[in-house]
Design a protein around this ligand. Structure first.
Ligand SMILES: *Cc1c(COP(=O)(O)O)cnc(C)c1O
Length: 423
């Protein structure tokens, strides 16, 4: 008879052989002690510092956010009780969509149960509703966008990452009459670089394409009201669809798209990933709303995050650690080998109580394995000092090269060489 279990085992063994098998850290975050947490393994407990959280601003523990969740759940219950269509459209969710449309300066917003679902459902539905739509997708787009492009089932072309000439070539070849959807991100989360948004919008106008941007790693953190890079650069109205998450800087859960009313209404009406699933619970919607409202009028979190990220980068450079170039709050340190990357991460945790998840293929290209560090307003200068000491010790223990102090120029030069070598 067919041996089902051995097939699952073989599949997992293949990942282990390739050093891509993932182990999750059992963490217990504690309100008020961000970024500290309790880490448990094999019956042992210890206090550690998280340096790789996407709760970028610590909003998941913010008093306003936690109390909105508690108060609303106490009043309205834990779950939504149905899909949006079948009694799941609860009042806080309606308010949240109003808040999001306002945040991005759009006519309407639609909330999904995650950012992943919003991309998968949003991109695929928009493209399927257009006749013979050609999707033009940036090479480094997130897995959720790739799923959206796949599910659309329409023709697609991949443009080289942030390469405007390549994008223009493809737009030109498609011709002005064909429906075209350009999908890309504002902040690319593994490298911390930023798309040339305004120039992409110019090309879209010139060749008659629609634009869809993922601002997941920017919402809450950039722009005067935390609407993202498009707001910072004054180009929100140049982009047709702005997508974001409630789960990273906003510290809760859920995803969304914003845009013109007709488009949002169409996705609401046609996307299975929106229609056939239970709505976000009222407590979460209220918590997300509280977080967005707070970050709309408070910039101190954003400023502190930028400061701590800049200090971390500066100290890494001074210590000669191989900082990769980044224009944002994301601080990637190159290791370049999956096993060594895992070993570095293990040593940081075991010896130094510092948790930084190794980032390996397929999340990043092979040979560019890295530690991705995300300083928050709560990673103070003392914690940064500890981090640098632990990294230097780890680099020496694993016989990884230290470079001596580098400058931004050095870092950018390395990036060029790296790109040229196909890295
Ligand atoms: C995390 C992520 C998503 C998915 O958002 P979730 O709310 O976590 O599902 C989408 N796009 C990018 C670029 C991401 O990094």
């Amino acid at each position: 008879m067919f041996d089902y279990q051995s097939h699952f085992q073989t599949a997992v063994e293949a990942l282990k052989t390739e050093r891509r098998y993932r182990v999750f850290a059992d963490l217990e975050r504690q309100v008020g002690r961000f970024p500290r947490a309790i880490y448990r393994r094999e019956g042992e407990e210890r206090d550690i510092t998280i340096w790789c959280s996407n709760d970028y601003l610590g909003m998941g523990q913010h008093e306003k956010v936690v109390s909105a969740l508690q108060e609303t759940a106490g009043r309205m219950g834990a779950g939504a009780g149905g899909t949006r269509n079948i009694s799941g459209t609860n009042r806080p969710l309606v308010e949240l969509e109003g808040e999001l449309a306002d945040l991005h300066g759009k006519q309407a917003a639609l909330v999904f149960t995650s950012g992943f679902v919003s991309n998968e459902a949003g991109i695929s539905t928009i493209a399927r509703l257009l006749p013979d739509c050609l999707i033009l997708s940036d090479q480094l787009n997130h897995a959720s966008m790739i799923e959206g492009v796949r599910r659309a089932g329409t023709h697609k072309q991949i443009w080289r990452h942030n390469d405007l000439d390549h994008l223009e070539e493809l737009l030109k070849a498609a011709g002005p009459d064909r429906a075209k959807l350009i999908v890309f991100e504002s902040v690319y989360s593994m490298d911390g670089d930023i798309a040339p948004i305004e120039k992409i919008a110019d090309l879209a106008d010139r060749y008659g394409a629609m634009t869809y941007i993922d601002e997941v790693h920017a919402v809450g953190m950039y722009g005067p009201r935390g609407a993202g890079i498009c707001e910072r650069d004054g180009v929100m109205d140049r982009i047709d669809v702005i997508e974001g998450t409630l789960a990273k800087a906003f510290g809760t859960l859920g995803g969304y798209i914003t845009g013109k009313s007709a488009l949002i209404d169409a996705v609401r009406s046609y996307a299975p990933g929106f229609i056939f699933t239970t709505a976000l619970p009222p407590g979460l919607a209220a918590a997300a709303c509280a977080s967005i409202r707070h970050l709309k009028q408070s910039s101190s979190e954003r400023e502190a995050q930028q400061r701590q990220a800049a200090v971390t980068k500066e100290k890494l450079r001074e210590a000669g650690l191989p900082l990769m170039p980044s224009d944002t709050h994301i601080v990637p340190v190159l290791v370049g080998d999956p096993e060594v990357c895992k070993a570095a991460s293990d040593r940081l945790l075991d010896k130094h109580g510092i948790y930084i998840q190794p980032i390996n293929y397929p999340t990043v290209p092979r040979g560019t394995e890295r530690l991705r560090i995300t300083p928050s307003p709560f990673h103070d200068d003392a914690l940064i000092g500890e981090l640098i000491g632990a990294l230097v010790e780890t680099w020496q223990a694993l016989d990884l090269p230290l470079e001596g102090p580098t400058t931004t120029e050095h870092v950018n030069r390395r990036a060029e060489l790296f790109a040229a070598s196909g890295g």
